[in-house]
Design a protein around this ligand. Structure first.
Ligand SMILES: O=C[C@H](O)COP(=O)(O)O
Length: 329
């Protein structure tokens, strides 16, 4: 599957929009021409997908898949080298009692903490993601944001999680948001770029859809819901809107873009609801850690617990059904 890495995103965006100049006016016309999101329909579909049962055998697969999709995260002002080393060690060996437990996809830390994660992870399969561009607010000059990104990459980050300028987006300055994403992508070099839209601040599903398309036009490798610092963080309906966007983007361009809900996803039950939604909305090609991630600090604990319970037979023979599923579903 091709990605936007090697293409001139501005020229491509002009082609997609059918304009000779990529102005804010052109972007506004195009983004506001996207079909509106049916809020009631979207929330009803997400609620219906939440009630799907998952059989015991599929549940074992889902739990391992969800673990493999976690970006195990610590993003606190009080993070220490020791805490980050401990997090990285947990990613390498999530369950000392069962070496068959998969590792999470990545650890996600502030850029200055990357070397401490690298000390532990070395060249293991666990990637290191660093937040950048004045995370979480995104309030800094372009120069500072790009320096932040280059610093994270120079420290050894494999992936960069940037935040968009929500103020610019909400003011309708779409070209500024486009340029910032495109320039950050260029500053990433080989590192994959996840673009955090902070959907809890975008207010409407229509805005989530527009921001998703804008970030993909500008070269995002992943679109991500939230910083985890404001409420609401990830929700299933918002993620559904983003999954529709990456599905439709691939249909339009042939490129696949990943999706990362982040913040507030804490239980195995929640994670499985997301996996069902990924499968139903985007398709099974996204059921892979290369294309879908959970940004989460404590989800791993619950998934490992579920795994242990399944192994010791506590749930053997029972189908997994979400607690709020209608009886007989
Ligand atoms: O990106 C992930 C979040 O910062 C972690 O949020 P959480 O502590 O709610 O899992």
């Amino acid at each position: 599957m091709s990605t936007a890495t090697d293409v001139d995103v501005t020229a491509r965006a002009r082609d997609i929009l059918g304009v000779s100049r990529l102005t804010t006016t052109a972007l506004t016309g195009w983004l506001h021409g996207l079909p509106g999101v049916d809020q009631v329909g979207c929330e009803a579909r997400a609620a219906a997908l939440s009630t799907r049962s998952v059989k015991t055998t599929s549940k074992a697969w889902a739990v391992d898949t969800a673990i493999s999709m976690i970006d195990l995260t610590t993003l606190e002002g009080a993070d220490t080298p020791g805490k980050v080393r401990g997090l990285a060690a947990r990613a390498l060996v999530p369950d000392p009692s069962d070496p068959t437990t998969p590792s999470p996809a990545a650890v996600c830390v502030y850029g200055d903490m990357v070397p401490f994660a690298r000390e532990v992870l070395g060249h293991s399969t666990v990637r290191i993601a660093a937040v950048a561009t004045a995370f979480p607010s995104g309030r800094a000059s372009r120069a500072v944001k790009l320096a932040d990104t280059r610093d994270a990459v120079a420290n050894g980050a494999d992936e960069v999680d940037m935040v968009i300028d929500r103020g610019a987006f909400l003011a309708g300055d779409y070209r500024q948001v486009f340029d910032e994403v495109a320039e950050t992508k260029a500053a990433c070099g080989e590192a994959r770029l996840k673009v955090i839209m902070e959907t809890g601040e975008l207010v409407t599903y229509d805005n989530v859809r527009r921001a998703s398309w804008l970030c993909m036009l500008a070269g995002a490798d992943f679109i991500k819901t939230s910083t985890g610092k404001i409420s609401p963080a990830a929700t299933l309906p918002v993620t559904l809107v983003m999954l529709e966007a990456v599905r439709d983007w691939r249909e339009l361009t042939g490129e696949q873009v990943g999706v990362k809900p982040a913040g507030g996803i804490r239980t195995s039950k929640d994670a499985i609801r997301y996996l069902v939604t990924v499968n139903e909305v985007a398709g099974e090609e996204w059921l892979d850690a290369h294309w879908f991630r959970f940004g989460a600090s404590s989800l791993l604990n619950d998934l490992v617990l579920q795994r242990q319970r399944m192994r010791t037979g506590a749930y053997s023979g029972a189908d997994y059904v979400a607690d709020d599923a209608p009886s007989g579903y």
